[in-house]
Design a protein around this ligand. Sequence first.
Ligand code: SF4
Ligand code: SF4
Length: 131
Amino acid sequence: MFPGDDVARRPERPPSHPAKGEQVTYVIAFPCVDVKDKSCIEECPVDCIYEGDRMLYIQPDECVDCGACEPVCPVEAIFYEDDVPEEWNDYTAANAEFFADLGSPGGAAKLGAQDFDAPLLATVARKESES
Ligand code: SF4
Ligand code: SF4
């Protein structure tokens, strides 16, 4: 090893705009459940954050991975897919599963709120509202 070789190199991580087609997206996880603050919706340039009954979901094919939504969430529910905490890994699939029947609607505003959730939510106890 040469001096300087041990300088920490950034781990492999795609740039913030990975090529379309890669299975990388932003994901909404457990903190959003029964909160639905909706600050994120206003930030999304492609209107790909959809409202379910108990949480919001990012349509993985429509998300352009811009990251604009992530910092505005007051409960830090939004993660880059590779950064989803392990305990909430199931939410990556849940965000996609929410769209099993909806497909790619091409805009959340025109679709409106839905009265169902991804199957995962059936296993998640309802949170009392905390304020
Ligand atoms: S801002 Fe956070 S809590 Fe609010 S809807 Fe979006 S993801 Fe859910
Ligand atoms: S990362 Fe960008 S495109 Fe994807 S959901 Fe967030 S604001 Fe929308």
